[in-house]
Design a binder for this molecule. Structure first.
Ligand code: HEM
Length: 473
């Protein structure tokens, strides 16, 4: 009896399980890819190479294996290039619950970013921003709102005003870090960024009200990244409640940004509606908050790791401070500080704030012999552009001097590309440059855990949140 049971188990182990595993492994291919390959046969086109993984999960396990377990995220793409060849830099897969084409080389990324009609930006959690937010609207409506938003935050006169507004808070924040002596860079950078955004976008000074706004926006940012399951207990549901509260906060009204948005007129003399203004203010806070925090945190980390860069940065910024004789520097001064601007670009490149970006395919597209099917997702794998040694020599080395030459076209897309490129890119650069100025000219710091591991999800950052000893020079 026992021997026959053993044989049954053995049969399970040797035959049934591998067969079930094999069927599962190929079932997404059978369901999604094979019918399409069949349809395309004889047309001289085919699906991009790749494998679509297990039912429901797709390749999520492989993705998490490289990102969370091995912590070597770029090998996820490297392994595909090794297995299927470079081709046109496209691979089929099933990720984040959808049939997907990954795009990881500059030429295909450029093609996708320029074909707005076929590849639309569609966030599953876009309701959190509001239906008239920049990230939610398409086509002409998008172009119209984008021109308002870029006018309000990205143009030279806006940047001049913003530079004057944010510096007192930066100086106060850095002084408070020095008073504490030891801080977690990420937490402090987050506080400082929100205080600045609070002043610019929400018209609040540091204090309990700003703190509660900060909590609201943190909840909103988390929900934006979550799966859109709207029932109590989920991050999305919480964020939805928060979004309702945010719209009714009176201090949004009368802020610097709101005034700017309210005054701008388009070519026909039309202004934004109240709803459009609120939705877009929320988008700007969410867009700028975590991204600038992460870039500032990486500046602290990288400059501590590369003291030769810090020395050169300090030299340029101390000289600039001396010239100002106690006044704050301006956005025009910053634009003349060559080395500082190179450090800004290199920090943003290495921070890889935006790992990927999603598009939805609205019609079947052909590209160099490959078909990109309608209703699939495209993931622009932005990170890989910046960490691929074919695009940036020795990519993990923090080397601002690489910016003596501009990057090859299409290889530097930290702010995305095409009509959907970042609405706050110049503002982000300015905020980071101002931070670098006050930091390098006035302070010294060292990492408490220089060998801390790096985590990559939801964002790339050292696991200890960049703990530092911090003091005045
Ligand atoms: C280092 C800082 C930043 C990085 C790396 C960054 C990166 C990006 C990227 C890659 C996109 C394009 C996403 C896509 O193609 O799907 C984007 C879009 C956007 N960003 Fe940023 N961003 C930063 C800072 C900011 C700031 C400071 C703001 C606003 C104050 C902002 C507001 C936005 C908005 C509103 C969009 C949507 C644009 C559209 O749909 O047309 N970002 N950002």
């Amino acid at each position: 009896m026992e021997a026959s049971m053993d044989r049954v188990w053995l049969a399970w182990l040797l035959v049934v399980l591998p067969v079930v595993g094999w069927v599962l492994w190929w079932s997404n291919e059978l369901r999604y890819a094979i019918p399409l390959e069949f349809r395309y046969s004889g047309t001289g086109t085919r699906l991009p190479p790749g494998h679509m993984g297990f039912p429901f999960l797709g390749e999520m396990i492989t993705f998490l294996w490289y990102f969370k377990v091995l912590r070597r995220p770029d090998e996820f793409i490297d392994s595909k290039r090794c297995k299927y060849g470079d081709g046109e830099g496209m691979y089929r897969t099933h990720l984040f619950g959808s049939t997907t084409i990954i795009a990881c080389l500059p030429s295909i990324n450029k093609f996708i970013c320029r074909s707005d009609d076929a590849f639309i930006l569609q966030w599953p959690t876009v309701d959190l921003m509001g239906r008239t937010a920049l990230v939610a609207v398409q086509g002409k409506a998008h172009a119209r709102i984008k021109s308002y938003v870029t006018n309000a935050v990205n143009r030279p006169d806006a940047l001049r005003r913003i530079a004057a507004h944010v510096q007192p808070r930066m100086v106060a924040a850095l002084q408070s870090w020095a008073d504490k002596g030891q801080v977690k860079g990420y937490d402090e950078a987050k506080k400082m960024t929100f205080e600045n955004i609070g002043k610019l976008f929400v018209s609040l000074e540091p204090g309990p009200l700003l703190e509660s706004m900060n909590k609201l926006f943190r909840g909103l940012t988390k929900g934006f990244r979550a799966q859109p399951f709207n029932f109590p207990g989920t991050a999305y549901h919480h964020a939805f409640q928060v979004r309702l509260q945010v719209s009714s906060i009176q201090s949004l009204y009368g802020s610097e940004l709101m005034d700017g948005l309210m005054q701008i007129e388009d070519d026909e003399g039309k202004k934004l509606s109240d709803q459009e203004i609120i939705d877009n203010m929320v988008s700007l806070v969410v867009g700028g908050y975590e991204s600038v925090t992460l870039a500032s945190t990486w500046a602290l980390y990288l400059l501590a790791k590369f003291p030769n860069v810090l020395d050169k940065l300090r030299e340029e910024n101390m000289a600039a401070s001396k010239n100002k004789k106690g006044d704050f520097i301006t956005s025009e001064d910053i634009s003349k500080m060559k080395y500082t601007n190179k450090v800004v670009e290199e920090t943003i490149r290495m921070a890889n704030v935006a790992l990927i970006s999603f598009r939805l395919v609205t019609r079947e597209v052909e590209y160099k012999g490959y078909k990109i099917p309608k209703d699939w997702n495209v993931i622009l794998w932005l990170r890989y552009l910046h960490t691929n040694p074919e695009n940036f020599y020795d990519p993990m080395c923090f080397n601002p001097d690489r910016w003596n030459e501009p990057a090859r076209p299409g290889t530097y897309q930290v702010f995305g590309a095409g009509s959907r490129s970042c609405a706050g890119n110049m503002l982000a650069r300015l905020l980071i440059a101002l931070f670098l100025h006050h930091l390098s000219a006035g302070y010294k710091w060292e990492l408490i855990n220089p060998e801390a591991e790096i985590i990559y999800l939801p964002h790339q950052k050292p696991v200890d949140g960049v703990e530092i000893k911090f003091s005045k020079i």
